[in-house]
Design a protein. Structure first.
Length: 355
């Protein structure tokens, strides 16, 4: 597998490419043009500029996380085809630059959701946490302020202020969008982009919803094994695949992650690996990648990835805030670097045992 690191770009990230390069085994970067808006067609020169920065630093640009999907596509409004065409043009440009992985999500209004971005742990580190009891007490329009006030001054991916200023309007837009309709709109979108993905060998990799249940009454459709298989079968093209995010899947402890991995052989294009600790139903916090620190069996997860022959990009997902580092919550250098070493250690040991 290709160990990689998410990086938001020089203007937006506290971590530097040269620092990432010094992490043993780190070969790639997963990035984005952070100042583009959902629905924009990406600029070819900007894509080339990003790729050059990454390659000049001795790393490879292994994928984009994310090319975000415009609400017109998710809602299925009459103007969606215009935004789908922009998306197709962006895929063509990325593909022509040899960038063959696009991670995206199909969650309405709110991207990933947390009730706390800096929950203290007994060792003095802080982590992102989710408590449904807290979320139930907050109005959606107040939720942004809570997230933003907690973000160390960084713009959180999926929580851009200009978008959140329109929260009420967005809720109105989605009021008749059932889970069935959202699924149909996703299939419509994927069918439209598959030809250009075939042409340039670009993999679309949908991220698991986070958490995997409805938040604020909005529909959620990418929640576990059944829904993932339904989507894989609805658009059977192998370029329609999955970003297997262990943390998001684990928000529902009933999700058997090694089993889901084995069942999706050939359709997992990208892996996010992190550990979570569950304390009660609907209540969890993120943990260090080390198995014993959380509730997930990271060894069994890595074993399943090796067993299906997964060799694509993988990245340590959110880390804890440790050693006084100030960064975008979840995206510091230190704990993700530590996490990558644990993951590589598991991978090397499992591979050697198999050989
Ligand atoms: Mn993830």
């Amino acid at each position: 597998m290709k160990m990689s690191f998410r990086w938001f770009g020089e203007q937006f990230d506290s971590v530097k490419l040269w620092q990432i390069r010094q992490i043993p085994g780190m070969v790639g970067i997963i990035s984005t043009l952070y100042d583009t808006k959902p629905g924009d067609e990406w600029d070819l020169e900007a894509i080339r500029g990003l790729k050059k920065q990454v390659t000049d630093a001795g790393l490879a640009l292994l994928g984009i996380e994310s090319v975000n999907i415009h609400d017109a596509i998710k809602v299925g409004t009459p103007d969606r085809d215009r935004y789908i065409q922009n998306y197709i043009n962006t895929i063509r440009k990325l593909g022509s630059e040899g960038i063959r992985l696009i991670c995206y999500n199909f969650m309405p209004v709110f991207d990933w959701t947390r009730s706390d971005l800096a929950k203290p742990r007994p060792d003095g580190s802080t982590v992102l946490a989710y408590d449904q009891n807290i979320v139930d007490r907050i109005k959606p329009e107040e939720f942004f302020n809570r997230m933003d006030g907690d973000s160390n001054g960084f713009i959180l991916p999926g929580w851009e202020p200009e978008r959140m200023a329109r929260v009420k309007e967005l809720f109105e837009l989605y009021k008749d969008v059932t889970e069935e309709k959202l699924f149909d709109n996703l299939v419509y979108f994927l069918n439209a982009v598959m030809p250009v993905c075939d042409e340039y060998d670009v993999n679309m990799a949908i991220h698991i919803d986070d958490p995997v249940w409805s938040v604020f009454g909005l529909p959620r459709i990418i929640t576990g094994k059944g829904p993932l298989h339904r989507l894989m079968e609805a658009v059977p093209n192998p370029h329609n695949g999955v970003t297997l995010c262990t943390g998001s899947l684990s928000s529902n402890p009933a999700n058997d992650i090694p089993d889901i991995i084995r069942s999706l052989k050939g359709r997992i294009h990208f892996v996010h690996m992190r550990n979570t600790k569950h304390t009660a139903p609907g209540v969890f916090e993120e943990a260090a990648h080390y198995t014993s620190d959380g509730s997930l069996d990271m060894v069994a997860i890595m074993q399943a990835l090796v067993d299906i022959g997964f060799e694509g990009p993988i990245r340590p997902d959110h880390g804890r805030a440790i050693w006084g580092e100030v960064s975008m919550p979840g995206y510091g250098l230190y704990d993700r670097a530590l996490g990558s070493q644990y993951l590589l250690g598991l991978y090397d040991a499992i591979k050697r045992q198999k050989a």
